[in-house]
Design a protein around this ligand. Structure first.
Ligand code: SF4
Length: 480
């Protein structure tokens, strides 16, 4: 099982490799199936109509925030500063990593603990801190597992979803000396014991942000393990990294998202720990860190904001529900996408963050079945976004695309003239005789061969409908 990111340009190849991995597929099927069941039960319990109304409310609040993002970000920054938080702005991953490393250096930090944050994964912050000589340890159990294994997360809320319990027991045996047959309780206890010493030794804690409230300058961090609470309270300095899209207008808007996110993602009524932080708790002798820094990251998000279609993706609250129901994700897992953001929403976000050149294959990693749109708690029309991106990919001036466009131009020229069409179909009827096996075309030259490798192609009927019609459809039966 390989748990590192593959090149996103080779999604097809990565997917084929993943499909051949039986352990991976069985772990994925089990976990995504459980999340799907829990989500359904949580929504039934809530009431279908109420759920729909809550989704619409959540989406309206996100749209409202995105429409005045500049104003809200400025407001958040000024209110957070007034509460004692130090706010930093980063245009891209490099700047953000430099800011965090600078804060760590100024604080004289050596040991760093991290709570789960997809934004810091996007920055590859761990790598950067390690290169700069800091010892950075993940404290979310799933994140810690993938860090121990030298892997990267494969799901936005369940980083080690690709691993079975048995493979985690093997990993812990290797690194912590636990019994190779240890059960979940023993494994969790071993992790807790190992991580507790890290928390106590850490000088700096790093977290993400689920929501930032402009009205009060507060940040909200959601988690189920309590590790984020330890990360943000025990070390002297806390750094929270957030994308610009995380800001919402009012504190009163939060309950909508607090009900939407856990139900959609894990089927919980509420996330176990909800930490709302306004300024550093340890200022003036209180409990908690003496410094709180918030790094506000753009990294391609303003580009997404500039178009009405792509702006939709910034409404995502990272619940992971669309991954759990996606038939592509369920079979190939997260690493095949070559991005920290896999699955349907990853196929939308990644090409926009990494560029359409590198991420061109991802919008095509979807059957467009629409299951992602149906489960999304903020009603993002992911299939429409994927289609929009596909159109952009096809419009790119690439040699392969030029060939494709030439083929379609030729096709368009042929079908617009009756004689040309009749000549072409007569030729195809003659040529297909050499390609038919049974009642199917099983192989073909060049691009047709690639197409028929995975699909059945019915041959053209012996006679065209027009010919049959002109013969009065007499004694012909069903055309073959
Ligand atoms: S797109 Fe919707 S379903 Fe997918 S992670 Fe974002 S909020 Fe959740």
């Amino acid at each position: 099982m390989s748990g590192t990111h593959k090149p996103m340009e080779r999604f097809d190849h990565n997917a084929r490799e993943a499909l051949a991995d039986g352990r991976l597929r069985s772990a994925l099927r089990k976990a995504t199936g459980q999340f799907g069941e829990r989500r359904r039960a949580a929504i039934e319990d809530f009431g279908a109509e109420e759920w729909q109304a809550l989704r619409e409310r959540g989406r309206a609040l996100k749209d409202e925030a995105l429409a005045s993002l500049d104003v809200l970000l400025e407001r958040f920054a000024s209110r957070a500063t007034a509460a004692g938080t130090r706010v930093h702005w980063a245009r891209d991953a490099r700047e953000a990593c430099e800011v965090v490393a600078g804060i760590a250096t100024a604080a004289g930090a050596k040991a760093v603990v991290k709570a789960k944050s997809m934004t810091t994964e996007e920055l590859r912050l761990d790598e950067h801190l390690t290169q700069r000589g800091f010892e950075s340890v993940e404290t979310d159990l799933g994140e810690w597992i993938v860090q121990l294994a030298g892997e990267v997360p494969s799901h936005i809320i369940v980083p080690a979803i690709h691993r079975s319990k048995e493979s985690i027991a093997e990993l812990f045996h290797e690194h912590l000396g636990t019994d190779p047959g240890a059960d979940v309780i023993a494994l969790t206890a071993a992790a807790r014991q190992a991580l507790r010493t890290r928390f106590l030794a850490a000088d700096l804690g790093i977290s993400g942000v689920n929501f930032a409230v402009a009205e009060t300058g507060s940040i909200l961090i959601l988690e189920n393990e309590g590790n984020a609470r330890l990360t943000t309270t025990l070390p002297r300095v806390h750094v929270a990294v957030m994308g610009i899209e995380k800001v919402i207008a009012r504190l009163a808007d939060l309950p909508v998202f607090l009900r939407l996110l856990p139900r959609a993602g894990t089927g919980q009524r509420l996330t176990s720990y909800q930490s709302l932080l306004t300024g550093p708790g340890g200022r003036g002798g209180g409990e908690g860190p003496r410094e709180l820094h918030v790094v506000i990251l753009d990294n391609g998000r303003s580009r997404m904001l500039s178009r009405a279609v792509t702006r939709q993706a910034l409404a995502c609250i990272r619940c992971g529900a669309c991954l759990n129901v996606c038939p592509v994700y369920q079979n190939v897992g997260g690493h095949a996408y070559g991005s920290v953001y896999p699955g349907p929403i990853g196929a939308v976000i990644t090409p926009q963050l990494a560029g359409l050149g590198r991420g061109a294959a991802l919008p095509f990693a979807s059957t467009l079945c629409g299951a992602c749109r149906d489960v999304c708690p903020v009603a993002i029309d992911i299939p429409a976004l994927l289609l929009d991106l596909r159109a952009e990919v096809v419009a790119q001036p690439k040699p392969a695309r030029r060939l494709e466009r030439l083929a379609f131009a030729l096709w368009s020229f042929v079908v617009r003239g009756r004689r040309r069409f009749e000549f072409a179909t007569a030729f195809a009827r003659f040529a297909q005789r050499f390609l038919i096996t049974g009642d199917r075309i099983r192989s073909g030259p060049m691009a047709l061969g690639v197409w028929t490798k995975g699909r059945d192609l019915r041959p053209l009927a012996k006679d065209s409908f027009r010919a049959l019609w002109e013969r009065g459809l007499k004694d012909e039966g069903t055309p073959r």
